[in-house]
Design a protein around this ligand. Structure first.
Ligand SMILES: [Cu+2]
Length: 445
């Protein structure tokens, strides 16, 4: 488990360079960038509806900001440099004050030079507690990441590797759970576990199979839902969270693998569930589900419909795109490290003019089409949206998400009430894709 700080609503996070034993012996410590000398950073346990203050200090040699991913909080606290605040310079501090409106599983991460800062470890988990959640025997958290390490277990610093940027993003070679090479999870026959998954990887998508165990999804991206069993593995894209309830219904003394089958040609064992010797009887009752959060329901009578075309990258059809005030050939854009577009526009950074403006309170439908050969987990800041339809993934229909995964050539429609005023970032959470142009601003006036 990630160590929890004292249960209060005032926290101190300090970003600094820290050696962490990531790869295990005989490897040396990996030099990371992290909060409070640990990656993931400390678990922030917050309470729904309760004001929270988090003081962030920066001891790195470059500016940072902190984004509270999935928390529907006021725009000035959203932690996007230039757009919502000035970067926190080296040696300086900034106090984030906000009140989390929703209970659930969230995370925080730097949003400055994001691909590199998150890739080096600058993130941590958030749990906003439900006022009264149905009981489980244990509440566990797995922060999943993968690290691109060299032979000495040091982070490979090619964050602008064009092959990574133009394809699936930066995939690491060392997968960790809570910042460690996964060990078997010790379990007891009969117990009921709530397992909160957070995907903090720059680009890796996980598809987890819990051998012989029924996986019951009870929340996605923090938002409770009517519990369901996925038809296949539990698929979690970058930045997404999935809360599961697992009943330990198998045999004492046995081990059951947890396998990542996202790349079916090379399934990899992530970890295993290792039963202790004591017998125990699984509970017979069905997990009833979590209390809902106050997310406003979209009004589908007269929405603002915005087309979102995702294009670019290797094997794509796009010939040229808008970058600043110029239309440039993709070959030229590649040389500038820009490979990705939203509606054929390459983002210039956090000061782009808005993709569109919507009056506060109006319902927006985002009509996505992924015209590329690569997946894109698309994240909207400051709001959760309801998935109306998805061309492949029926499981997400009707669910509230803050990050929707679109595979190659897939399409989806999502709807949200634009009830949170301000300029909100909207981007691919394959962080290299965002860096290479797949980013935009949505203005709620
Ligand atoms: Cu992408």
């Amino acid at each position: 488990m990630v160590a929890a700080l004292a249960k209060n609503t005032n926290y101190q996070l300090t970003a600094a360079s820290t050696g962490i034993q990531l790869a295990g012996t005989p490897f040396p410590e990996t030099e990371t960038w992290s909060f409070n000398q640990q990656s993931p950073g400390p678990l922030l346990r917050l309470r729904q509806g309760q004001p929270t203050s988090i003081e962030v200090s920066n001891r790195l040699s470059q500016g940072i900001t902190v984004h509270w991913h999935g928390l529907r909080i006021a725009n000035p606290m959203d932690g996007v440099p230039v757009l919502t605040q000035a970067p926190i310079a080296t040696g300086e501090s900034f106090r984030y004050d906000f009140t989390p409106p929703d209970a659930g599983t969230y995370w925080y991460h730097s949003h400055m030079n994001t691909a590199e800062q998150v890739g080096r470890g600058l993130y941590g988990p958030i749990i906003v507690e439900e006022p009264a959640a149905p009981p489980v025997d244990r509440d566990l958290l797995w922060v999943l990441d993968d690290w691109k390490l060299d032979q000495q277990a040091q982070i490979v610093s090619d964050f602008d590797n064009p092959r990574d940027l133009a394809r699936a993003g930066r995939l690491g070679n060392t997968v960790t759970i809570n910042g460690k090479i996964p060990q078997a999870l010790a379990v007891k026959a009969g117990e009921r576990i709530r397992l909160r998954l957070i995907n903090a990887a720059n680009a890796r998508i996980f598809a987890l199979r819990f051998q012989r165990h029924r996986t019951l999804v009870i929340a996605r991206d923090g938002q409770p839902l009517i519990p369901y069993e996925p038809g296949g593995p539990v698929v979690i894209g970058p930045a997404q969270r999935i809360d599961l309830v697992l009943d330990m219904t198998e045999q004492p003394g046995q081990r059951y693998p947890v396998i990542d089958v996202y790349y079916p040609q090379s399934p990899a064992q992530l970890t295993s569930l290792s039963y202790g010797p004591e017998p125990g009887r699984a509970r017979g009752d069905e997990y009833p589900g979590l209390p809902l959060n106050p997310v406003p329901e979209p009004e589908l009578g007269d929405p603002l419909v915005q087309r979102i075309e995702l294009s670019g990258g290797d094997l794509g059809q796009l010939q040229n795109a808008q970058f600043g005030d110029q239309r440039l050939e993709m070959t030229r854009l590649y040389l500038l490290g820009k490979m990705w577009t939203i509606n054929e526009v390459v983002s210039s950074g956090y000061s782009d003019p808005p993709l569109f403006t919507v009056r506060r309170g109006r319902t927006v439908i985002l009509d996505f089409r992924n015209n590329s050969a690569w997946p894109h987990p698309m994240h909207l800041h400051g709001h959760h949206f309801k998935v109306l339809e998805h061309s492949r993934d029926r499981e997400v229909t009707g669910k509230w998400l803050d990050t929707v995964l679109l595979g190659p050539e897939e399409s989806a429609k999502v709807a949200f009430v634009a009830d949170n005023p301000g300029d909100w970032l909207f981007h691919c959470h394959i962080l290299g894709h965002a860096r290479a142009g797949m980013m935009a601003v949505i203005r709620v006036s």
